[in-house]
Write a protein that binds this ligand. Sequence first.
Ligand code: GLA
Length: 735
Amino acid sequence: MRFALSAIGFAMILTLPVEGAQAEASYDAERRVFRLDGGDVTYAFKVSRDDLLQSVYWGERLEAEDPIDGPEIGGLSGFDVTANVVPQEYAGWGGGLFADPALKVAWPDGNRDLVLHYRSHKIERDAVTVELQDIQRPLTVILHYTIDPDTGVIGRSASIRNDGDMSVRIDRAAAAGYTLPVDERYRLHYTTGRWAAEWQRGDAPVSAAGTVLESRRGSTGSENNPWFMITVDGETTEQSGPAWIGALAWSGSWRIGVARDVAGRTRITGGFNPFDFAYSLAPRETLETPVFYAGYSDGGMGAASRVFHRFQRQSILPRHDGRLPLRPVLYNSWEATEFAVDEAGQMRLADLAARIGVERFVMDDGWFGERNSDHAGLGDWQVNPEKFPNGLKPLIDHVQARGMEFGLWVEPEMVNPDSELYRAHPDWVINFEGRPRTEGRNQLVLNLARQDVRDHLLGVLDDLLSKNDIRFLKWDYNRNWSEPGWPSVPVDEQQEIYVRYMRNLYYILDELRRRHPGVEIESCSGGGGRIDLGIMQRTDQVWTSDNTDPVDRLLIQDGYTQAYDPGVMMAWVTDSPNWVNRRSTPLSFRFLSAMQGGLGIGNDLTEWTQEDFATAKRYVAAYKRIRPTVQRGDLYRIDRPEEGDVRSTTLYVAPDRSQAALFALVQGTHRLDPRRPIRLQGLNEDARYSVERMDGEPLASATPTEASGAYWMRHGIDVPLRGDFQGVGLIFTRQ
Ligand code: GLA
């Protein structure tokens, strides 16, 4: 018996078995409490005495029999009335609310008061739908809740419907508000950065001085990522303690606000960025918000990341024929040639790439229009006849004959003013009439909110993929918005650009995937400027940074993997000294850094020595052995790199624990400082594991070649590293 059944109430419990795991959604009619259980998590909320939807519990899974309820909450004083003190699941701005509202609207008569009361609900399998309505006016909000049976990750979004016969302006719309119980020790973790310096870790105490993570850039951005983690100071570490983690599935301007409210609870509200936002909701129209996903683990920051990675692999990343394909080892021409691509040069690189075991050959920028630099050509997606006199076919055939598939770089959403497309359609870009059009990298943003632009782009890309055997698109996006105007529609619809652009981008991606199911796509935005759960639902891999220095990259990878799956994180080995910071590093060190995600190679292979080829061949072969573990396994961040003198130890353990891959890298060692043994995690205690180096070299003399999982986890392994840019990769195999 889960909840007491009363004469007037009912309890409805439906279970959905998925790969052995169970999720349950239920409603206790007596207490008016909703409950979702999945993985190790329980999430509960209730209808308050005042018919507000009130958060009750979010954390470690509770017993099915536990009688979950929340207190009746009233106002604190005349200054803080009930609406402001109740931790509402989805608060309308009105009725005395000062905390972050989820929804703020304006009716044509100037009324801007919105008080959302519970009306009805539906329980379906592992989902709950709750309908809220304004106390007087015809506006309905339908809240959608799901829980993932395996990981306990909650998905929340809202459908905002205008049931009246006049338009309503929406000034602000969140996907969801999450609440954490009273505690003064919360710490917010986020990422920050800029081009070539993405994914830096940041943290701040959660206090009454709220923190806003956001992008006003029209796209996800790298200044902040739409992701958060909250831990408890003094309690949570990488390996233990409570951690809440969440991310928005949205690639446009977004906002996540985190603050302690007047009653001491922490509220997290995330959705569309309200800055410059206005959406004119016509009669009978519904605005769908993005989904705000969030999970919980009591196993520390590491476990919270692992839960989120697993959730992404199971429920976010696109499948092909029902499967999540492994990332092929790719070669990309960008750092080798920049814009100077041509048939002979690319064929030569393809010959050399094939020699080391590359599986996907990607030609980057420069192949189309008058694209000889970043000053011209974007928008003209016809093959440049001087560089490729016979089109792409000879190169594609050449690549395929060497056992590789062919991929191509595109940047569909952009146009250079110096292009045929812009000369024909100067009105197709985002702009304010008569104002300067600020250029970024000599380019402007096409207004995808326009139907004609959307249809044009879909047509061009569809044509490209139909006429050529292209298996992969690197989809780039190299600037942010400026002058975000849409002059060709009525004034009250112009700010809908923030929503409509993104919906059309998603439409194009979805439609291309439907028409060309064999094609994979990478999300790139001058590096990691557009990585979020929304774009990841439609792309197969992501590019975290143009910064390919292997030391900087360890920091970038550590920041990125807090939130996102390492399996789809592309990382390239490139030339030394690195073009960003002029740092010189050994080739083996660069491989060990890049092998921790989806491995790529971006070197000018025509400059390589025989020894370089031999080194690369060895590491590529080792990578293919550990690839399923790196791309599908559990990531343990054993030593997290810190700014300055980077030292990083990461471990990937196969889901069935049959293999583990350990990467230990140091930027430099000092004196004769001893290094403590590395203790593994996640192995089978009783099983025996052999160990070998990825480069085939012998182990240090005192290291056993085989021992129990318990030995590797308790005693650990000595990894003696001395010198600058030293690294070792080890493969543990269960016997
Ligand atoms: C962006 C990408 C690079 C490369 C260039 C091409 O900067 O991040 O990888 O594709 O564009 O212009």
